[in-house]
Design a protein around this ligand. Structure first.
Ligand code: FAD
Ligand code: MLT
Ligand code: ZN
Length: 475
């Protein structure tokens, strides 16, 4: 079967003293070779993959990124673009000695249009900082995710991150209006439009959204932002069965309509991990399933009336068994952390095998049940949570340590299960290093061949993020 272990090191040049001299000449003080400083850039957020890069470059401008890539391409040096290093599929860190090109110092907002709500910024802006910048101007970012404090907008675009608000504001494929990208050979592609509509030929920016650093380095982004809602409510509900959770979702869409901004879930196993590892206590009584619903609207009275009508109906129909509502900022945050911090709780439970699956929504929990049955007592925890509104399940399986026998029991079972139902084996995290060879479970061979052709056209020497996204025979 397909492998997740990396292929042999490809014959890229090794960094020499002369190369370092060149980098220091164009990036004085921003060419990092101190092993202690490099350590955190060589290891991924999950601490599951580790590279051995000896150089970290911190450009501040597009021109510097262009100079770096032109040089690396001519020297046949491999490059790993890196944002906040919160990626979950091993795509953000080097596999061998690839040069790390970090966007950490490319963190300037370039412009903001108060009328349209379009922000244009450098790729290294931290998502949470951008959100703050916009909130001060009565707007918000159209995406939100648990990693907001560290992830960069460029990394979000490179992975096409989904997150907690996709149900309301759609994916980055719709809200990103323009991109600036530097190709492997240093040429700069200016697609930094700020127009809602532009049908002048192919929509080239889409190629780079979700390309995980394999086709170019994203240096700037323009994003269409929604107005800051005047009223936000969060509800935390308990459900006895997944069937009732789905019925609650349907009722909610009908009754909350345009003010619904998130519909997320976690199961009781997630709650157990939040309790045990993070000392977060359940805000309601114990239930098999929990729902987080958020509303965002322009009229507090209107929103609260709609919300309470919905809650009455859901309670009367016995779809939900318990619940609590938050309108105040600190309680909203506390309720959201029950959902957002599941990822962190899992890291304390042991080695985590993560699956990010897209399916018709009525099937998403069946995979968790089938996996539990399939694994029996071979796993420590088998948990399900995710973005119900988007048909996106996060299935996570932990064990005391890395366990090849357990992995062999999980894969390819999980991928076959998904492919049989025409689901996606990566809904929002990308393929990176870990999932690259499983691409055929979700894409036809014609589609994968075309990906290889595009990669070859834009990066003929294959220096950009090697061993990632494309299956081994195409890197
Ligand atoms: P990195 O991790 O640094 O990089 C990710 C990939 O993008 C790599 O392949 C890298 O080479 C490439 N890349 C980075 N910057 C650039 C650039 N400027 N140009 C070209 N390529 C680049 N994801 C979701 O979709 N939804 C979620 O709800 C969600 N929640 C998360 C919660 C937590 C706690 C964590 C740790 C992760 C979560 N993620 C989620 C994963 C998600 O992919 C990242 O958080 C985020 O999108 C990655 O941004 P980053 O800046 O950290 O990128
Ligand atoms: C989430 O939705 O919490 C993120 O995608 C992170 C994860 O899958 O753990
Ligand atoms: Zn997610």
């Amino acid at each position: 079967g397909p492998k997740s272990s990396p292929p042999e090191r490809l014959p890229f040049t090794r960094v020499t003293k002369e190369d370092l001299d060149f980098f220091r000449s164009i990036l004085p003080g921003r060419t990092i070779t101190d092993p202690d400083l490099l350590e955190s850039s060589n290891v991924d957020w999950l601490k599951s993959v580790r590279g051995s890069s000896e150089v970290l470059l911190r450009p501040q401008t597009t021109a510097e990124v262009s100079q770096i890539l032109r040089y690396c391409n001519s020297r046949n040096l491999a490059v790993n673009p890196q944002g906040g290093n919160t990626g979950l599929v091993g795509g953000s860190v080097p596999v061998y000695d690839e040069i790390i090109l970090s966007t950490a110092l490319m963190n300037k907002v370039l412009s903001f249009d108060h009328v349209s709500g379009i922000v244009t910024c450098q790729a290294g802006c931290v998502l949470e900082s951008l959100s703050q910048y916009l909130e001060e101007r009565d707007y918000i970012m159209p995406l939100d995710l648990g990693a907001k404090g560290s992830c960069h907008i460029g990394g979000n675009v490179a992975t096409n991150a989904g997150g907690l608000r996709l149900l309301r504001y759609g994916s980055l494929r719709g809200t990103v209006l323009g991109l600036e990208v530097v190709f492997a050979d240093g040429r700069v592609l200016d697609c930094l439009a700020t127009l809602r509509k532009d049908n002048t030929g192919y929509d080239l920016k889409q190629l780079f959204i979700g390309s995980e650093g394999t086709l170019g380095v994203i240096t700037a982004v323009s994003v269409l932002c929604p107005r800051k809602p005047k009223s936000v409510n969060v509800v935390f509900l308990g459900c006895g069965t997944f069937e009732n959770l789905l019925k609650t979702f349907q009722l909610c869409r009908g009754m909350l309509g345009e003010i619904l901004s998130a519909f997320e879930f976690l199961d009781s196993e997630c709650m157990r991990l939040l309790n045990t590892h993070l000392k977060l206590s359940n805000p309601i009584s114990d239930c098999p399933f929990y729902i987080v619903i958020e509303t965002a609207g322009s009229d507090p009275n209107h929103d609260s009336e709609k919300l309470h009508n919905f809650l009455d109906e859901a309670m009367n129909a016995a779809l939900v068994t318990d619940g609590t509502v938050a309108t105040e900022e600190s309680k909203i945050k506390a309720l959201w952390s029950m959902r957002e911090r599941v990822t962190e709780a899992l890291t304390h439970d042991g080695f985590t095998y993560k699956y990010d699956i897209s399916l018709p929504v009525e099937l998403i929990y069946r995979l968790v049940l089938d996996m539990r049955q399939h694994l029996g007592d071979r796993a420590r925890s088998v948990v399900g949570y995710g973005h119900v509104g988007d048909g996106n399940l996060h299935l996570n399986i932990t064990s005391p340590a890395k366990d090849p026998a357990l992995l062999a029991a999980i894969e390819p079972f999980v991928y076959e299960w998904t492919a049989q139902r025409r689901g996606s084996i990566s809904a929002e995290h990308g393929l990176g290093l870990k999932k690259r060879n499983y691409i055929y479970y979700s894409k036809s061979s014609q589609a994968v061949t075309l990906m290889g052709d595009i990669k070859h056209m834009l990066d003929p020497k294959g220096i950009l993020n090697p061993y990632k996204t494309l299956p081994d025979h195409l890197t």
